[in-house]
Design a binder for this molecule. Structure first.
Ligand SMILES: CCC1=C(C)/C(=C/C2=NC(=C\c3[nH]c(/C=C4\NC(=O)[C@H](C)[C@H]4CC)c(C)c3CCC(=O)O)/C(CCC(=O)O)=C2C)NC1=O
Length: 169
């Protein structure tokens, strides 16, 4: 598992270079948003259950077929699996937010996920909608506590969205 600092050092070490101005600039960007990243992650921890439940209700309002007979989230077991997956995306998203790096998402969440979903018939498009709703909720809550510039919140969630929506070859 890597973070913004270890990834950078790893790249420089691979070619035996000292850190240069580009390296320092990229680290400055990370450290400048450091406290805000931790603040948002703390806010996510304190509101995780509410965020997952709220985003799931909104998703099921938007795509009601999911919880009707024949829908993938129909039956208590599958409904619970769906909410649990949303909770995974939120929790790992909060780790990646603090790490400033997607590696934890790639290693722990995204590897093999599309194949698993496809083999179980879990629809990807509404999963993408669910993650988008959570992202919007987090940005809204960040703005409530005065964090207006929250593009660093988009990054890990957009990465999951991109990787999930990627067209299979
Ligand atoms: C930490 C990394 C990690 C992830 C991401 C993960 C996902 C994951 N979701 C699964 C199932 C599932 N995922 C869903 C999710 C949904 N169905 C819908 O209609 C909605 C669109 C969506 C919720 C937003 C459902 C319903 C199942 C159960 C499918 C089934 O067994 O038929 C499964 C199959 C095994 C199981 O049921 O536990 C995995 C591995 N597991 C992991 O360890």
């Amino acid at each position: 598992m890597r973070d913004a600092v270890t990834t950078l050092i790893r790249n420089y070490d691979a070619t035996g270079r000292y850190l240069d101005q580009d390296a320092l600039d990229s680290l400055r960007g990370y450290f400048d948003t450091g406290m805000a990243r931790v603040q948002v992650a703390t806010m996510i921890s304190a509101n995780a259950a509410e965020i997952v439940k709220g985003a799931a209700s909104k998703l099921f309002e938007t795509v009601p077929e999911l919880i009707r007979p024949g829908g993938n989230a129909y039956t208590t077991r599958r409904y619970a699996a769906c909410l649990r997956d949303m909770d995974y995306y939120l929790r790992y998203g909060s780790y990646a937010l603090v790490a400033g790096d997607f590696n934890v998402l790639d290693e722990r969440v995204l590897q093999g996920l599309r194949e698993t979903y496809n083999s179980l018939g879990v629809p990807i498009a509404p999963t993408v909608v669910g993650i988008q709703i959570m992202k919007a909720m987090i940005k809204g809550k960040a703005a409530d506590v005065g964090i207006e510039e929250s593009s660093f919140v988009d990054q890990p969630f957009d990465h999951m969205l991109r990787e999930l929506s990627e067209v299979s070859v």
